[in-house]
Design a protein around this ligand. Structure first.
Ligand SMILES: CC(C)(COP(=O)(O)OP(=O)(O)OC[C@H]1O[C@@H](n2cnc3c(N)ncnc32)[C@H](O)[C@@H]1OP(=O)(O)O)[C@@H](O)C(=O)NCCC(=O)NCCS
Length: 171
């Protein structure tokens, strides 16, 4: 089913959204699992984020049925050179159906053709995300080993990026 991106707003901050953000499966490869957060904190943080002009966050919506299935965002952490970091979360019931890849491509269209960014990059520990981002056009630019805050895990972090000129060449 096709998807579309809708600017993230308070209507998307539901109890379902908050519980997915805290879901252990979702956070298996995320630092979030080390933070003692609650659904209340998640909702408060999401509301605060709405005032961050450098964060461009979207709800991923299934066309037709209009169901909210995840979020995708860009943070302009180096605005003067047109560089932003991508983050994505698809709610688990919708995994492995191609929605992550579709949403990533939609966001890259926005990043390169509307925001006129030069580059989008990210780091992920999730092997599924590595494959998904690669299919959406990202290049693997490096791998570094990082320890999680409790020292228990030493995982490869995949560093990926895509430049506007490469995306225009047909990703
Ligand atoms: C990573 C994530 C966004 C992938 O979204 P998705 O909608 O399931 O991905 P897609 O269905 O578009 O998958 C595209 C490709 O990724 C790979 N993939 C997806 N899920 C996978 C899994 N569980 N295991 C291995 N590969 C997987 C597949 O190769 C797939 O292509 P294929 O079906 O042609 O083989 C989703 O699993 C998620 O939200 N995870 C938790 C949060 C996270 O890790 N975010 C990324 C960090 S920024």
């Amino acid at each position: 089913m096709p998807i579309f991106l809708e600017p993230f707003s308070t209507k998307h901050i539901t109890s379902e959204y908050c519980s997915y953000v805290l879901d252990p499966e979702v956070n298996k490869y995320s630092y979030r699992k080390f933070y003692n957060t609650s659904t209340k904190t998640i909702a408060e943080d999401a509301i605060k984020e709405l005032n961050n002009s450098l964060l461009h966050k979207f709800a991923i919506i299934l066309c037709g049925v209009k169901v909210h299935i995840g979020n995708i965002s860009l943070v302009e952490y180096d605005a003067p050179i047109g560089c932003a970091e991508l983050g994505i979360l698809i709610f688990p019931p919708y995994w492995a159906r191609g929605y992550g890849e579709k949403a990533t491509r939609e966001l890259l269209n926005f990043a390169f053709f509307e925001m006129k960014l030069n580059r989008v990059e990210l780091g992920t520990y999730n092997p599924a995300a590595l494959r998904m981002f690669h299919k959406a056009g990202f290049l693997l630019e490096g791998v570094r080993e990082n320890k999680f805050p409790d020292g228990s895990l030493l995982l490869p972090e995949y560093l990926m990026g895509i430049n506007r000129k490469h995306y225009q060449r047909g990703s």
